[in-house]
Design a protein around this ligand. Sequence first.
Ligand code: ZN
Length: 381
Amino acid sequence: MRHFFFVMEELRNLDVKRDLSSSDKDRLLRLAKRLQATPEAAYEERGTVAIWRDFLGEFGIPMRWGLGGRAPIVEWGSYGNASVSVAVTADLDAVGVPSGEAWRCEHTCGHFAQSVHALGLAHYLYTYSENQEVAVRVIGTPGEECRPLYDRTFPLPYMPGKRLLLNEGWFNGTDVVLSTHLADHLSTRSVQIVNGASGMVGVRLTQVKFDPDDDRPQGVRTLAGFMELWQDELRRVIGRMSRVRTRSFTDGIELWFDIPRACVLTEEMAQESLARVVKHSGVEARLISVYAPLTQSEALRKTALGVLKSDPFAPQIHRVSELPGATDLGDVSRLYPTLQLFVGGTTGSTHHSDFRVVDREFAFLWPIQWLVNMMAALSAK
Ligand SMILES: [Zn+2]
């Protein structure tokens, strides 16, 4: 505790209230329950958006709307003009789980917790904060999960939500981006500071065409030929070889490659490369999606460590080099210093049905205080 005050005294904008009120906490825990019970597919998060509207409306907090009403946004302070402008992202969608021929949605990636953190922060700022140095834009982002992975009828190529929000200008004026995510199998009062995550690129092969007049070797006209050409092309463009995973369906096959960290593959580059391979292989293929690798800002990691070490809850800090799984925050991290903190109080693995929150207070409420403390630390810089 003493240590906490010692560090906080060094911050110029000491508006960090010690804790949320117990009625705030009850309200936020109820919010978590409601969000978890409303799992929705990418770009169909209407119920989740309505829950945001209800919560913010209750406190009279004004909202803005991105992506034609699909992205609820809350602003605090003069974004882009304050000493530091912080974007805080919260994914809105759930994960599609195959169920016979169809699929249903479940919140197995824990995205509902991100909404609790983001809305808790918005409420905190509007209720308690007098910090004029920092401006915050809380962005509810639809479509983080790659929907074609579970919904094969969804139009290709798939554009994840943060890429659409970037294109619409919602990150303009941003100095840093903060986000939270529940971690896999992480005991309570523990967090993970992660260096980054690899990206991924997927293509769907639908038809192998044989042209009798085509005198190219048979090999390049086969699936194996396509694989080889696509691998060569990616090696040439990305610079390094990456892991491949295949998924087969009755009507085609999907190839997924990892994009190693620090490698760049934009959607445009992928489309150009794929067009070349399609032309030379005679295999019909379409780009499913590109997720850029996530690079976590080193400066933000240091700030976060400082904030965590002075936290009265004294969470255990685990340093992790790389997490599996791609995120559309990768796109954002190419343009802005970004940090996503992985929060414990869970069992099981994300994207699996055994994933559970076991410490609701830590997983849902503690990150709000961490975000508030980060705002104080960033505005003191
Ligand atoms: Zn996730």
